[in-house]
Every structure is written in C-alpha cells, then in structure tokens.
Design a protein around this ligand. Structure first.
Ligand SMILES: *Cc1c(COP(=O)(O)O)cnc(C)c1O
Length: 354
C-alpha cells in the first residue's frame, strides 16, 4: 500500500521516553493536535506505559480520544471557556483538570456545586493566556470554592530571561496561594533551582510538574525515519509539457510521482526556496525546471533531495529528476523529511521488529 510511513525503532524510542521521564521531575507528557505525528491515542498509551499520573491535551475535544487509554488525570491546556459545551461538561468530570485563565471564568467555576479541579494560569511574557500577576490576590479569594491543584506558567521558548521570569511569576503566585507549579519550557534543573530558592527556610519546595511535548516525543531523531512510496515514474523529453501547470521540461529526465501531498502536510513546512543566485545556478545545473522560485522538496532520490516539479498536490507530489540520475521504481520507498508536528503519516511500523 502506498503512502507515508514512519519507521519507528520502538524499543529505542521507549528507552528515550523512559530517560526523559527519569530526568524530568513531575513529568506531564503533552499530547495534542496531530499527536506529534504519532497520534493522540498512541501517545496516551505510551504515557500510560511510562507510569505518569497526568497527561495534558490541548483542547477539551481531545479528552475523549485519550481518556479510555490513559488511566490518570487529563489536563486540558487551553483555557476553560464558558461558550464551549465540551469544556463546560468536562469541568465537572473528576478525571479532568481544567485550566482557567480569566478571573470571570474562575468565578463561574467556583459557582458550580461540584468544586471543579482547576489549574490557574498566570500571564507570562508570551501574552497568550493567563491572569495578570497583579490580580492574583483576587484569584486567592475564589480558590476555596474549587479544587485548586496549582499554578500554570507557560513560558516562551526563548532562553533569555526565562528563568528570571519564572522566578518572578512563581513568587507572585505562591504568595497568593501555595500549590504545585506546572511549568512548560524550562529545563528541569532550572525549575528545581527556582522552587528551591522560593521555599521558606526549613520548608519543602512547591511540587513541580514539568510539561513536555516536542522534546519528549521527538527528542531522539535517530529512533525514526520517514519514507514515501514511489507511485509512478515517467521518462520525459526536453521541452515536453508536464504537470498541472504544463511547464516545459528543461532537460530530458524523469517525473517521479511520490506519496504525500498538502493534506498530509508535505510542502506546508516552507520548503527551502531557491532564492539566491547561487541556489538558482545549482537548480539549473541540477535540472530544475524553472530556476526562479523553485522549491527543493523534502524527498531524497538517489542520494539527494530533489526539486518539486510544481507545488505538491493534495495526496501526492511530482518531482523532477534530470537524466543521468538513476530513477527509482514504482513501489520503492524513498526517504522524505517530515516535520512531525505538521505532517500526518499513513502508518507507523516498528523498524526494529523482525
Ligand atoms: C503545547 C504545550 C506544551 C508542549 O510544548 P512543546 O514545545 O511541544 O514541548 C507545553 N505547555 C503548554 C501550555 C502547551 O500548550
């Protein structure tokens, strides 16, 4: 069957997952969107194998996909919203931990009979979601009417000043109310230093919950490779019109049709465009059809990345191969570089299995 395949050395990948878990105090695996290329359910199963007690999903609607394979708490990262019926229902679900990022939402949740489980998100320099640190005293007044399970701090990826920012926000939060700190994107050692530094003499530091997605699931690139099936190969003559756009082939060569198109996220990752003169010269020498604005494809044939003949189609892509290159055969698998946070593969196979 043709398609995009993720060849995963499952044993090696799991060794990486276990070593990340061991190195990350209070690890909370993040599972959201396309499931980092693996799918939400698969990652929820792996999180269950790791033995962690909490898993984070992005949005309320993702809870249903993981809840029956993950036995612990499911945290919803996107802020609770009274206009989202799923979120409203889940706020009263004992398995679900709701993130709140506006005072009025916290007040609404505090009014429920069920005392929902909540994390309160503090606004960081990302300016995405969260309650402004100046309002945390008003948060504290509402916390005895919910099950308050900690503060959420989501930092920018940028390393500069990240630790100092965490320290300031965590201090403000812990001053308003004691509770665990749920933090993203701070190295474990820094996070541990911060909570240790904030603890009063003789007191235990606040419990740490460190969320991790990309680094956990995709942090060992050597554990995987991705390939695409060659679906067709056509020899073409110089000047012959080819593709949707009916451009002329500049040299004789081959049109290679490979699995993977825009619907699977191929070409959505800003393929390197040949913008410099040197790149254009290289494109011409390599038999690129039109040296201006061509895009190098993520597909490797005969040892090199090849040029797209034209932008990827919905479920396949056409590549141009100049004469002299050994063309692949229909049914061959060729390497394709995919960014797994935007791509969808058709299957995952255990590459280490006999
Ligand atoms: C997505 C997300 C993460 C995980 O981010 P990665 O960069 O994939 O590790 C962590 N925290 C929050 C709040 C998120 O939304």
């Amino acid at each position: 069957m043709s398609g995009l395949t993720l060849h995963l050395d499952v044993e090696r990948w799991r060794r990486h997952l276990r070593s990340e878990a061991a190195a990350t105090p209070g690890l909370v695996p993040v599972v959201k969107g396309n499931g980092y290329g693996f799918g939400l359910r698969r990652l929820a199963e792996e999180a269950a194998l790791l033995g962690v007690d909490a898993l984070a999903v992005g949005v309320a609607d993702e809870v249903a996909e993981v809840r029956d394979v993950f036995p612990g708490t499911v945290v919803v990262l996107n802020p609770w919203d009274a206009a989202n019926p799923t979120a409203v229902e889940l706020a009263e679900d004992p398995k679900v931990l709701t993130t709140v990022s506006r005072l009025e939402d916290l007040a609404a949740l505090a009014d429920l009979e069920t005392r929902p489980r909540v994390l309160v998100e503090v606004l960081t320099s990302m300016r995405r979601h969260g309650i402004d640190p100046s309002q945390l005293d008003r948060v504290a007044l509402l916390l005895d009417r919910v099950k308050f399970e900690g503060w959420s701090i989501h930092l920018p990826l940028d390393e500069q000043g990240r630790r100092a920012e965490t320290e300031g926000l965590a201090r403000a939060a812990l001053t308003a109310a004691a509770g665990p700190l749920w933090i993203s994107h701070l190295p474990p050692a820094d996070a541990q230093d911060v909570v240790a530094g904030l603890a009063a003499p003789g007191e235990a530091p606040a419990p740490l919950r460190l969320r991790s997605g990309t680094r956990l699931w995709l942090g060992d690139p050597g554990s995987r490779r991705t390939t695409a099936t060659v679906m067709d190969v056509h020899a073409v003559e110089r000047g012959q019109r080819v593709g949707y756009r009916q451009r002329k082939a500049p040299t004789s060569g081959y049109v290679v049709v490979v699995a993977g198109g825009t619907s699977q996220g191929v070409g959505m990752e800003a393929p390197t465009s040949a913008s410099t003169l040197r790149q254009r010269a290289v494109a011409l020498a390599g038999g690129g059809l039109e040296a201006s604005g061509r895009a190098l494809s993520p597909y490797t044939v005969d040892g090199r990345k090849r040029w797209f003949l034209e932008p990827p189609h919905m479920q396949s892509s056409q590549l141009f191969l100049p004469a002299g290159v050994t063309p692949p055969e229909r049914g061959d698998e060729v390497p394709v570089e995919l960014r797994l946070t935007t791509a969808t593969v058709d299957r995952i196979v255990d590459s280490a299995a006999p």
